[in-house]
Design a protein around this ligand. Sequence first.
Ligand SMILES: [Zn+2]
Length: 324
Amino acid sequence: MKTDEKLSIKIIRKIVFISIILICMLTIGVKASKSDVNYVTIIFPEGYESTVMTSNTKVSDILAENHIIILPDEVVNPDANSNIDFTKTIKISKITDEKEIISEEIESVTTEEILGKYVTITEKIITEQVEIPYETITKDVSKEGTETKDKVLQEGVNGLKEIKYKAKFQNDEEIERNVISEVVIREPVDKIIQISTKVSSRSGARTTAQTPEMLQASVNGITPKVVKMNTSAYCSCARCTGKTNGITSSGASAKEWHTIAAGAGYPIGTIIYIPSLADKPNGGWFVVEDRGGAISNNRIDIYMGSHQSAIHFGRKNLECYVYQ
Ligand SMILES: [Zn+2]
């Protein structure tokens, strides 16, 4: 019996031993299966990477457990429904990025065009004040064919207007400008010029001032009519013009020791030489350039620069050489 007992104990020991080994093996197997974790790298579209520890192998599960949601414009590689491959990498990328690059390549866009897309264009409202130039209006009141003079009746003044532009700037350089509004702040004032007939002598004829020499030369070869004239002097003052019936006034062009007022019998331009006045600045040579209604044909009036001179000249009967 002893040997039987010993045998049975041996068998039991073997069974226990085997059982322990089996239990150990099972435990190790379970532990091994539980420790079957992977380190998976997820690459995001922005470029950064994240390594996660997971026991899952399906891409969608790995993403879900890390709360990563794939957006409609994103694509995952490998596919969400497949398992991770040996690289243990999940790449998320943007669909549009790839498409854009492809389209640009197809259209073979120039460098300038691509750069142009990144050039900043800004819009500004610009307000400017601009002068409005005045206009010149001419009023011609002269008679044709006569000497004229200009007189400014009204001075011109520039106006002012405010212009608003919408301007486009590309890198601070203005590339486009459109007028939005124009407001006149101040209207311009026209310049008005009046052109009138020049008042030279009373009649308007023979206006050129001739020297005594020229007068003498112009009558060379003409035989004068010698007449005794009642000669007096006048000036442009009120008393004198009253004396000559107010018609005097050769004003501007009447010249001392040159101009004579004579009656209608002596046409304007008639040259008269008075020998007794040969010592005067004009050498005694005068021209009929003025009229006087009260002056008869045997009376003449010599124009003087001052009333004093006219009074001083007095009145005398002088021999006159009349060239007609
Ligand atoms: Zn006078």
